[in-house]
Design a protein around this ligand. Sequence first.
Ligand SMILES: C[S@@+](CC[C@H](N)C(=O)[O-])C[C@H]1O[C@@H](n2cnc3c(N)ncnc32)[C@H](O)[C@@H]1O
Length: 434
Amino acid sequence: MSNARQISVEIIFQILNNKVFFSEAKAALKVEENAEISFINMLVLTTLRRLTFIKKVLYQFIKKRATPNLRFVDCALYVAAAEMLFLETPDYAVINSYVELIKKKQDKYVANFANGVLRNLARIKDKVIWSVTSEFFPPEFIKVLQGYTHEQIRQIEEYSIQEAPLDLSCKSLEQAKLWSSKLDGTLLPNSSIRLENNGKISALPGYREGAWWVQDFAASLPVLSLGKVEGLQVLDLCAAPGGKTAQLISYGANTTALDISKSRLQTLKENLKRLNLTAQEIICADALTYLKDYAGPLFDIILLDAPCSASGTLRRHPELMHIKNTKDIKEAAKLQRQLLDMAGNALKKDGILLYTVCSIAKAEGEKQIQTFLEQNSDYRLLPIKINDIDFSGTKSLSLLISKEGYIRTLPYYSGPQGGMDSFFVAKLQKVKNS
Ligand SMILES: C[S@@+](CC[C@H](N)C(=O)[O-])C[C@H]1O[C@@H](n2cnc3c(N)ncnc32)[C@H](O)[C@@H]1O
């Protein structure tokens, strides 16, 4: 266990100091095959989900450091506090294990200091635990949520720290019905299959046969909002790892998949191979370069699933609330705007530019599209209607569509029991060539 604790502290150290995803930190430390991976996942996820509260409690005993870079001991105290407050490990076991780790990684003076902090924490623990609030986001992340009401932010917080269920997409409704019963899952109104998220995905029935792929309920909506795509020429501009590419091909679109990342495209190729689906073409390129002097045949539809802050996926990636801020949102929004500006070069007149992001920030969604349309008369907004998506008659899902005709999902929307990621989708039609 103490090895697992050390690894967990090192992962937290990597995430917070180097602003990397949990999965990237795990890959860098090569721990995916570790026998204690479940314990490591639990320690790290609990620490990340509760970190705002943990810091508030610990700062009663330690001075907030002036430099932004954390030391091993800071991260060790965060993980130790998570274990003591939220995982019910006996206090003495927590104190002994982490003090030993700190002695090994730093020195005995730092270890003595940590010993004092953790003993103090154990002393006030019972009182502290009653003051746990539902404020999970750090102040910097709250700024990312500009435009949401206080009440909405509270609800987003509450649902964002919950474990996400596992949603699977199939190639057709018939297949979804078949596999939902084989997997003992729930068939959602959009024909995704929802499972309790536990166990190894590749060990589930149907994985090897290529019967389904992992895709959150909300992530399936952009392509579904297009309606019939059979026989149309579609350019999927930011395609990897290929969830939406798989949908497009399954529904009969002639799909060109492009992405800048060679390794992510490799995953896309493996996914399509497993699913027995074939893209018209797979291109590794920077979309901006590809589109700049584009002279090939024009497409009926361009799907721009733009690179973004990913802040709509907090349930799976709680690290995002600690590593993303308004500066990241601004940078992402700038690239998204460049991609939006260029996409028209490869789109037919009257063709559809479907813009989507898995971001909760309005700056990457509603505001981005509003400004784009104000400054670009080549496009008009095609408001998405509830009937565009076949929701098997589930009327309550009309709350997913805003009054302007965008899709905006939020983690607390309960169409399907268990919530969803936050996505934004806008359907734009190219009405003239400038
Ligand atoms: C949100 S992900 C796409 C998810 C994918 N559409 C799916 O459904 O599985 C964004 C993708 O954009 C790619 N990307 C980032 N910058 C790019 C660029 N300049 N040109 C092309 N692809 C880019 C990233 O490599 C990443 O795979």
